[in-house]
Design a protein around this ligand. Sequence first.
Ligand SMILES: [Fe+2]
Ligand SMILES: [Fe+2]
Length: 135
Amino acid sequence: MESLYGLNSLRTGIVQIDRDHEAILALVTAFYAAIHDKKDHPLIVDLCSKLVETTEEHFRQEEAYMERAGFPGLGEHKCEHDRLTEEARGFLMKIEHETPGADIGLYYVLRELFVAHILEYDKEFGVYYMQRAME
Ligand SMILES: [Fe+2]
Ligand SMILES: [Fe+2]
């Protein structure tokens, strides 16, 4: 997943949003490496908590951008954020309780964020935002 940003295909064109996505992707990469290397459970829990909190904060920031820009797709976009947050929080709780397979579940939610959500939803907002900026 690390090389996805290099392709530029994930860029929204909004500097702060792209920076956030890169920061989240770096945390996802670290999380994946920690699972792969079978790191200690407390370290994985810490990493997951940071990842989920960073993602939630990003969602709030992104929604604030949409609100300020008067983006008509905000409601639907926010529903997607809420769904991803709920799923990620559910897996985080399972990871805290050492439920087998929960780490992979969280990884798949985050993967969806990058291979589906950003491409479909965030980039749509990026196009709208840039058009508004040029008006
Ligand atoms: Fe989003
Ligand atoms: Fe985003």
